[in-house]
Design a protein around this ligand. Sequence first.
Ligand code: ATP
Ligand code: MG
Length: 260
Amino acid sequence: MNNQPILRVDRLSKSFRGLHAITGLSFAIQPGSITSIIGPNGAGKSTLFNLVTGYLAPSAGQIWFQGRLITGMPTNRIAERGIARAFQIARPFRDLSVFDNVRIGSLFGKAGPRDVAATTARAMQLAAIAHLADRPASALTVGQLRHLEVARAIATRADLLLADEPCAGLNPTETAAMIDVLRRIRASGVTILLVEHDMPSVMEVSDRLLVLDAGRLIADGSPSDVANNPQVIEAYLGSTEPEDTESQTAEPAIRQGSKI
Ligand SMILES: Nc1ncnc2c1ncn2[C@@H]1O[C@H](COP(=O)(O)OP(=O)(O)OP(=O)(O)O)[C@@H](O)[C@H]1O
Ligand SMILES: [Mg+2]
């Protein structure tokens, strides 16, 4: 059972009144990995997160977590199984301290016995905000709020963390700190699925990239394989013609470039 994927998605589809946001998507994620899902705007990345966490029910297909079917389950039951999501926009309880915000995370989430104080402390430490424990959330910077959001998610004792653009809006120093946190979380035994537009960070931190375009998986491989994949370059820039000057910048853009 050691090689059992932590997450398996099988022929997953989701349409919104005829708009195919996700079409026939299949992949499996091994435990202990950091996998990034990349793709142009509207590719279906957030929809995939919404399906895995139960915010949306799929139109077709199945989702398995730790070998058990979770398709169509309500969000709270999926959280009890051990999946947490760090939202792009953190909405902490502003008047509560960092400690209390993270503590709330530890009161929910994965089913089973828990040591609330220890879980809270550990989550703050992993997210590098232990020194801010007594600060009210309202006093945090944008970067610190992102760390708080990740800490709250981890405090649920999740085995799988879905992180939605944790580096959005962060400066390079803050981005590097967040990448460090993600690595530490992975080292603590949590598998990470990441949606992130900051390509240098994605390339640096990911074991594997899944590339979505218009709801379909168009590439799946190591960061360097994907960066050299012509179909991926085309999806981002709409052309792979050698004469096209834009395409000459496409590859570096994906490999090291800025936000896409
Ligand atoms: N609740 C919804 N109702 C109708 N259409 C939706 C809904 N959610 C997403 N869509 C549509 O599904 C497609 C995929 O959207 P999604 O938000 O998953 O893309 P994304 O890859 O996360 O894009 P971005 O990088 O801009 O966040 C888009 O065409 C979007 O307009
Ligand atoms: Mg999105």
